[in-house]
Design a protein around this ligand. Structure first.
Ligand SMILES: Nc1nc2c(ncn2[C@@H]2O[C@H](COP(=O)(O)OP(=O)(O)O)[C@@H](O)[C@H]2O)c(=O)[nH]1
Ligand SMILES: [Mg+2]
Length: 402
């Protein structure tokens, strides 16, 4: 694993620097903007500090050379928060308090104290007769259990842990944590939010099963792009199965003061896209139906194909609450129709965010947004692989902040 920091005037420049240095496979892990305050604003521009990483297998240079002090500090910070979570885990594990052991110090100088509490440390030491390899395995086992607890598929958890050098007795504990954390971040890959097209208009479809939050998510994004980015937006609805569905989208369109039309046929969608071709984005809400209904799937594909002359983007909206087997089934079904990016909804209703990692790895699709509530437009954000990784290692509370 190579982790490096880059400073530039803009995020784009920093990404370019990282990709030039580490290669195209480099993954952005963190972006920090330093805003100049007061009179300094006049003299110095804001700077962006970007942390990027690349897997050893992909990188050409050995990791150690590139492990800058800065980057190490950044990992330290993150590990501290993960360590706290692990500490809680340790506390609950197998609290067999036996005689305290004299040999408390870890000769390798690892940050064991930061990872486990004094009590647990003693109980683990006495459990294992101060045998360091066992302690390390115990930590790895805890991390593994945590991944499984958060519903990461067993094969994926095995892969993450299996890639680690568990035999190496000299591996400091914080390295183990940093390693797992980085592996997860890299596996989640580059996250791509919605962006305007090269030409106007770009047509953005929201597809997915009934009740997953397509309309709400579309309203959240429409609101952000209209109010924050001041873009021209139109809304179409092909959800003609329910009167209420059209009313719902009409309400949002009214609030946002955007045009809204109901589409019944592929011919309709073509005409409306033509009509609103001066818009930056045309959002299309689709009917919530079962992914097993062949007729509905055919109709949906016809609608998307009808505007294939334009730049289009499809978001598959999936609920994080749905059990993984069904999610995979849904994702595979839509994959046969068109390419898509993934939006996960209802992260506020589940503590387990494993399906984000599972679906990413099983389908190889790009992740984009996560939503964590019914409030429009607040409860939405671009998926942050760091937060997902942290939540998989310990839990990110109510799901907000993804
Ligand atoms: N808790 C929670 N509820 C949500 C979220 N997104 C949408 N909902 C709710 O889920 C229900 C169905 O949403 P809707 O957008 O109509 O789903 P659609 O059928 O896919 O269009 C509504 O009550 C929404 O308020 C979310 O992120 N968290
Ligand atoms: Mg809907």
């Amino acid at each position: 694993m190579i982790i490096k920091k880059y400073k530039a005037a803009t995020e784009k420049d920093a990404i370019l620097m990282a990709k030039e240095d580490l290669g195209p496979e480099a993954v952005v892990m963190n972006v920090k903007t330093t805003k100049r305050k007061g009179i300094m604003k006049l003299f110095k521009k804001n700077t962006v500090e970007l942390t990027a990483a690349i897997d050893d297998n992909v990188a050409e240079k050995p990791a150690k050379e590139n492990y800058s002090e800065d980057a190490q500090n950044a990992i330290e910070e993150k590990i501290n928060s993960i360590a706290k979570l692990l500490e809680q885990q340790m506390m609950t594990v197998n609290d067999k308090s036996t005689e305290p052991n004299d040999e408390k110090e870890d000769s390798r100088g690892s940050r064991f104290d930061a990872i486990v509490s004094e009590d647990t440390k003693e109980s683990v030491h006495s459990d294992t007769k101060a045998s360091n390899p066992v302690i390390k395995n115990r930590v790895i086992e805890l991390i593994y259990n945590q991944l499984i607890e958060n519903e990461v598929n067993k094969e994926i958890a095995d892969e993450i842990i299996g890639e680690m050098d568990t035999e190496n007795n000299n591996l400091p504990l914080d390295n183990i944590l940093a390693n797992v954390y980085q592996k997860i971040v890299l596996k989640l890959g580059e996250v791509k939010p919605l962006a305007v097209g090269e030409k106007k208009p770009k047509i953005v479809f929201f597809v997915g099963n009934t009740g997953v939050g397509k309309t709400t998510t579309m309203a959240k994004l429409a609101s952000k792009f209209k109010l924050e980015e001041k873009l021209n937006i139109a809304m179409l609805s092909i959800d003609t199965y329910r009167i209420a569905a059209i009313e719902q989208i009409k309400t949002y369109a009214n609030i946002l003061n955007t045009p809204m039309e109901v589409v019944y046929t592929p011919e309709d969608i073509k005409n409306y896209v033509e009509k609103y071709s001066d818009c930056d984005l045309i959002f299309v809400d689709t009917a919530g139906h079962s992914h097993k209904n062949e007729e509905q799937k055919k109709n949906l594909k016809e609608m998307v194909d009808a505007v294939s002359d334009y730049e289009t983007e499809v978001f598959l909206v999936v609920s994080a609450v749905v059990k993984y087997k069904d999610l995979l089934d849904i994702a595979k079904t839509y994959d046969k129709l068109f390419d898509y990016k993934l939006i996960f909804t209802k992260l506020d209703e589940t503590r387990a965010s494993g399906s984000i990692l599972n679906l990413k790895l099983d389908m190889g699709k790009t992740l984009s947004y996560a939503t964590w509530g019914q409030n429009v437009p607040e409860d939405i954000g671009i998926i942050d692989p760091q937060i997902v990784a942290k939540s998989l290692l310990g839990g990110a509370g109510d799901g907000s902040g993804f």
